[in-house]
Every structure is written in C-alpha cells, then in structure tokens.
Design a protein around this ligand. Structure first.
Ligand SMILES: *Cc1c(COP(=O)(O)O)cnc(C)c1O
Length: 454
C-alpha cells in the first residue's frame, strides 16, 4: 500500500511566494503544522496529489449551472463529461441508480434532502447532537430546526442507538423523514432495523454516511444501499477526496418515489445552490477512482484495525471510552464532567490534534463538553499500523494523567478561556510535555504524508 521514506510531498507555492508573501508564510505554517503533528480528528484525512491537482485546475474558471446536457451556460461540453464521469464512478462505488455530485458540502446535501422531501413545518426524526448526531439532523441551533418540526432520538447507556425509542417516536410523530448517520457514533449503524421502522411508518429513510463512506467502500462496514431511500455524504472524510457533498437515491428509494432523483436535482439547482464547483467535481472523480482500487480496501480495513488497537490500548492504560470501544474509525474518550477542552488543549501541546466533543447524556454543554473525539483516517493514510497506535495511546494516557487535577472554573466563557490560556502557559514549561512533543515529531518524520496513494 503506502511506502514509507518517500520523497517529500510539500507544495512549493512558487507563484504565491512571488506575489503574496503574507499568504505564502501562512501556507508554509499550515503545511508545517500538518506534517509535524498527528491529525487524530476523525473527520479529516490527507488527499492524494492527484486530488490536489484536480482541485487546482482550470475547471474552477467555468460556470455551469444546471446538469449535464441541460446547462444555463454555453461551453460546457467538457464539463458535462467531467460531471458524468464523477457521477458514474460514484454510482458504481455504491451500487445505486442515481447520484448528484454538486452539493458544496455535506450540510448542503442534507439541506437539499429536506427541500426535496418536506414542506416547511413537516416533522423529521434524527439522532440527538449530544449522542453523536449532526447539526443538520434537526439540532435546535441549525436552520433545519427553524424550518421543520424536528424530533430527536438517543443512544442507550451502552452507546448503541435506542431502536425502541426510534420506533416509539416514529409511530407517535409520523415523521416525513428519518435520518440515520452521525458525526460521533462508534458502532455500526442499524440500517436494516431502521429501514423496517421507516417502512412501517411511511417515512423516507436517509443514511448520512459522511463519516463512514470510505469504510463502506472498503467493505468493512455494511452498505445502507438495500435499506434506505436516500444516501448523503461528504467526500473529504474517510472517503479521502476533496471537500464536498454528494447525494444518491437507491433502487428502494426510486421504487417508493420515482421522481425522487429529479426532486433532489431540483433541490440543489435551482433550489438552494448556484453553479457547481467543477474543479471539486473533477477531484471527486479522481477520489472515486482511487477508492475503487484494491489499495483503498486495504486502507479502510487498516483504519478500523488501528482504531480498535488505539481504543484497546487506551483502555488498558486506564482511559474510559463511550461504549467501551469502537467498530469504526473513531472513538470517544470520556474526560470527566466538562473537561474535554482541557484534554484537547493538552493533547494539542504535544502535537496530537483531537476535538472536544459531547458524550451521551452530556452533563455539560457543547462548548465545554465532557469528551474528546479522535480517530485514525489520517494517521492510517500516513502508513501507521497497530504498533504506532499503541505508542500514541501511551502518550494520550500520560497526557491525561498530567492534567488529571485540572478543572475548568464554574464562571462564564471568558473565565474558562482565561483558565485554558493559563493552562497552556503552564504546560509549555512542563518537561514531560516537551519530551512527548519531541517524540511525536520524530514519529511524524518517520511517516510523512505519502507521495502516492494508489
Ligand atoms: C461532517 C458531517 C456533515 C457535514 O459536512 P460538512 O461538509 O461539514 O458540511 C453532515 N453529516 C455528518 C454525519 C457529518 O459527519
């Protein structure tokens, strides 16, 4: 798969260097940050050079509102072919009869699903934000809750989706739409069981596979294709493509509503977006081809193996995880009430990038939650395996121990921010933190971003 000790993949930014020093410095800084730290945020990855090339192509110059063969602008003969190439590759990857590659990102794809299937005020059922659900699945701070009557389901004590509650809520509220898919859920999704509930209650079932799309393509997680009507996803998480969103309709979906694909097309354009980002479409085509190759299957399997190894080693070192482990690429570390920001900050200082996150039954708030979310897509792309995961777990366990008596003050946001600043200063002087930071950098140098991903 990925060979180590490859030539550097650093971008040179020659023109920017000549004409824009300020931005050049920033790009260099970010490039350095990415190469010298370990990205453990589970929604991030490292794309191939081929994806970057497509993103930086002249296709960004073209307007092409509409769809292949039916555009509002001339000069789209080539763009039509590019979009069809991306769509056909995507349909093949997921074995579906319809695909739309125009959503600017995952949230826009989800918004288009609402526009296509609901009227304002309709009832929608989705997973609660604290339990891992996405903002766009009906959380009160999202526009989705402003325009629709959103009801939320939960996970049980053991971290699995509470199917009894879903069925009860679906029968009681008769939602138009049910969402399955999440942003911080560590188990396989019960697509089949939810498909039965949706069928019984007459709802459309949408699988939002933003996080696990790559795992499905690699064959390590089962596909929702047989059980749901619509599939949405991002392309930049485990699927390892450019930032973007996609929508698909399954055979089951077309059987339920033969106009569903047309409704989704219209929901994007003219419903909620303007011209597609053709350079991104091209990069998607590249990524979908990469994902169809044997090397990607190996990658997906290793992502899950690595997450399992990381989870087991963390638990062995005394950490507590939501659901006591993971089936996928991510895990949720319990940090103690409201302490997620403390652990995130301390891990950041040693070059391990994670994000604070709510946990089921969150006792605090999404701004100061009680967990930290981490995952293995990016470090696996760098070629790391189980042994490196065990080393990373030792570092995380040690860092958690160093900050174990730190507590955020009860006061307002300003006071909490002040405390985090002070903590950063204090940790900067900590010799052990410094030692771990150096060890992380050494590991990073051993595993640079790969030059070639296929
Ligand atoms: C990341 C994510 C999205 C949103 O994607 P954006 O590209 O950030 O808009 C939607 N749903 C789920 C489940 C996600 O994890």
């Amino acid at each position: 798969m990925i060979k180590q000790k490859q030539k550097s993949t650093k971008q040179k930014f020659t023109r920017i260097k000549e004409q824009d020093k300020a931005l050049y410095e920033l790009l260099q800084d970010e490039q350095r940050r990415q190469s010298d730290s370990l990205e453990l945020i589970p929604s991030e990855n490292i794309v191939s050079k081929a994806v970057l090339e497509a993103m930086g192509s002249v296709l960004t110059n073209k307007y092409s509102e509409g769809y292949p063969g039916a555009r509002y602008y001339g000069g789209n003969e080539v763009i039509d072919k590019v979009e069809n190439l991306a769509r056909d590759r995507l349909k093949k990857l997921f074995n579906v009869p319809y695909a739309n590659v125009q959503p600017y990102s995952g949230s826009q794809a989800n918004m288009a699903v609402y526009i296509a299937t609901c009227e304002a005020g309709d009832t929608v059922l989705g997973q609660h934000l604290f339990d891992g659900g996405h903002l766009t699945h009906g959380w009160k701070a999202s526009a989705t809750a402003k325009f629709f009557n959103t009801i939320q389901y939960h996970v049980k004590e053991d971290g699995y989706i509470d199917l009894k509650e879903v069925e009860m809520l679906a029968k009681k509220h008769k939602p138009k739409l049910i969402w399955v898919g999440a942003t911080a859920y560590v188990r396989e999704f019960p697509f089949k069981e939810l498909g039965e509930i949706a069928d019984k209650t007459g709802a459309y079932l949408v699988a939002d596979i933003a996080h696990i799309a790559g795992l499905i393509v690699a064959g390590v997680h089962k596909s929702p294709e047989k059980f749901v009507d619509i599939i949405t996803s991002t392309t930049h998480k485990t699927l390892r493509g450019p930032r973007g969103g996609i929508m698909m309709v399954t055979k089951k979906g077309l059987k339920k509503d033969k106009d569903l694909s047309l409704k989704l097309d219209r929901a994007i354009m003219p419903g909620s977006q303007g011209g597609p980002h053709n350079h991104t479409t091209a990069a998607m085509a590249v990524a979908f081809a990469e994902a169809s190759r044997p090397a990607f299957k190996k990658y997906g399997k290793q992502v899950v193996k690595n997450a399992d190894a990381l989870a087991k080693a963390l638990i062995k070192g005394g950490a507590e995880l939501v659901s006591d482990g993971t089936d996928n690429h991510l895990l949720l570390l319990k940090c103690g009430k409201g302490r997620g920001a403390i652990v995130e900050t301390a891990l950041d200082m040693v070059g391990l990038t994670t994000n604070k996150n709510t946990i089921p039954n969150e006792p605090q708030s999404p701004f100061y939650p009680s967990g930290v979310r981490m995952g293995t897509p990016s470090v696996t792309t760098r070629g790391m395996k189980v042994k490196e995961m065990q080393q990373i777990a030792l570092w995380i366990n040690r860092v958690m121990d160093i900050v174990k008596s730190e507590e955020l003050p009860d006061g307002n946001v300003v006071e909490k921010q002040k405390y985090i600043k002070k903590l950063t200063k204090k940790l900067k002087k900590n010799i052990e933190i410094d030692k771990i930071r150096n060890a992380v950098e050494r590991l990073c140098r051993e595993y640079p971003a790969p030059d070639n991903l296929v």
